[in-house]
Design a protein around this ligand. Structure first.
Ligand code: B12
Ligand code: SF4
Ligand code: SF4
Length: 379
């Protein structure tokens, strides 16, 4: 079976039991109760099944955990210094791993089922399954202080998938923690998203803010997001265990050159059809054009490149208020007060959306005949 898994391109393959992580029954509810999942309401739905594989499928006797390497071709931290370009997380610069892994899991699951005579179910983020703790229990790696699974052979770039089976398979030994006194991932996080080692407050994480979060990006995180337009790799990139990792081997997981460091100006001009064409088959497509454009405008505001301001100006007439709000913020960061006032007269005075009016007020004090809090008295 392991040979078949490797032939399919999986770098890691191990087996565990559904009851191997009893701590999940306490840890997941505690994380949810703290509100660390933010607006990811789907984490709460079926939380009982997420915390206990047998609650998802009572017949589960064994769980095969698999890892597919999606390691970067270039150092991810180099990207965040190119301020006129968008930084896309390593895993998203390629084909959607859900599609690639799902096909392979189905093939391997079919093989296991035929050999054992027992049914299987395959999952890759498609059901309430906690893949990282199960992978740790199976011995694929351990959850580092950044909460991502680290393998001694492949670093933290493995993407995970699971096969639940009714067959009794010999379980492997769990992996133990090898983080030691290191805390590089905790220290580099731009938004201070770890309340404690091994615990992430998703609401502060740039991956959550740029991918999962709908609505305006909270003002306190905007400058910290830098040029990250989809996801974030910082805590993964600094992990010393990556020294053993290689770039993705699977041909269908090869990074696309045009997604390595796309110019922000180009991204800001994508209309809906062009967005769908450009990101077809990648995880980016699922966020939709407007949420992605919101991220691009935040990156433009952080670019310190005056020429990019005109891209933001062009987005002041976008239909989506969240996009208009991000465009105003970007203009506020790059344009002179006089130009901003002119833009307010031409684009802002008739604004009816409360959020967008708030963005105008924050960008240019003393607008709409109302004093902006604090700054207005001195403006
Ligand atoms: C929700 C989610 C997110 C959320 C929340 C992330 C999180 N850490 O929970 C957001 C949107 C922020 C996110 C971001 C990313 N994600 Co994500 N995400 C998921 C998803 C769907 C569920 C994760 C989950 O169950 N979270 C709930 C929390 C409670 O679980 P947990 O992290 O395991 O928390 C444990 C620890 O806190 C631990 N714990 C608590 N206290 C203590 C104390 C000690 C001492 C110890 C040891 C442990 C411990 O107990 C908890 C339960 O085990 C999984 C897919 C899946 N179905 O599993 C992918 C998944 C985790 N994501 C993945 C990836 C790649 C990413 C990103 C790297 C993407 C990117 N580059 O932008 C970032 C990484 C950010 C980070 N540092 O975690 C991969 C990770 C692969 C791997 N090697 O681990 C997964 C597994 C998808 C996949 N199929 O491959 N993600
Ligand atoms: S992905 Fe980025 S923002 Fe999220 S925890 Fe890691 S370093 Fe922090
Ligand atoms: S950077 Fe250090 S502390 Fe963080 S996961 Fe890697 S080894 Fe552990």
């Amino acid at each position: 079976m392991e040979g078949r898994a490797r032939a399919l391109g999986f770098e890691a393959f191990r087996v565990t039991r559904p009851d191997a992580v009893p701590a999940l029954r306490e840890r997941l509810p505690a994380w949810l109760a703290a509100g660390h999942h933010g607006t990811m309401g789907w984490m709460e739905e079926r939380a009982d099944q997420r915390a206990a594989p047998s609650a998802l499928w009572a017949d589960t006797r064994s769980i095969v955990m698999l890892g597919l390497n999606a390691g970067p071709e270039h150092a991810p931290l180099d990207l965040v210094r190119l301020t006129d370009r968008g930084a896309i997380a390593t895993y998203a610069q390629r084909r959607d791993y859900h599609d690639v892994i799902k096909g392979k899991l189905k093939e391997l699951g079919g093989f296991l089922s035929a050999r054992s005579g027992e049914p299987v179910k395959v999952f890759v983020d498609t059901a309430p399954v906690m893949e990282k703790p199960l992978a740790e229990a199976a011995g694929l790696g351990w959850q580092g202080k950044h909460t991502v699974l680290i393998s001694r052979e492949h670093g933290n770039w493995l993407m995970l998938g699971a096969i639940f089976s009714r067959a009794e398979l010999e379980p492997d030994a769990p992996e133990t923690d090898h983080c030691g006194s290191c805390r590089r991932c905790l220290d580099i996080c731009p938004t201070d998203a770890f309340p404690a080692p091994y615990s992430l407050d998703a609401r502060r994480c740039i991956a959550y803010l740029t991918i999962e979060h709908h609505g305006p990006i909270p003002a306190e995180y905007r400058d910290k997001i830098g040029n990250r337009v989809f996801g974030c790799d910082d805590c993964l990139a600094v992990c010393p265990w990556n020294k053993f990792a290689g770039a993705a081997r699977e041909i269908r997981m090869a990074a696309r050159a045009d997604l390595a460091a796309p110019p922000l100006a180009e991204l800001a001009r994508l209309d809906d059809a062009a967005f769908r064409l450009r990101f077809a088959g990648t995880p980016i497509k699922r966020t939709g054009r407007d949420r992605f454009l919101r991220n691009v405008l935040i990156a433009i505001g952080n670019s310190a490149v005056p020429a990019l301001a005109e891209e933001a100006v062009a987005c002041l007439t976008e239909p989506d208020p969240v996009v208009r709000g991000a465009a105003i913020w970007a203009c506020g960061r790059l344009l002179s007060p006089q130009r901003l006032r002119d833009l307010f007269e031409s684009h802002g005075r008739g604004e009816t959306d409360a959020h967008v009016r708030e963005e105008w007020r924050a960008a240019v004090p003393l607008l709409m005949g109302e004093a902006a809090s604090g700054r207005a008295d001195t403006a």
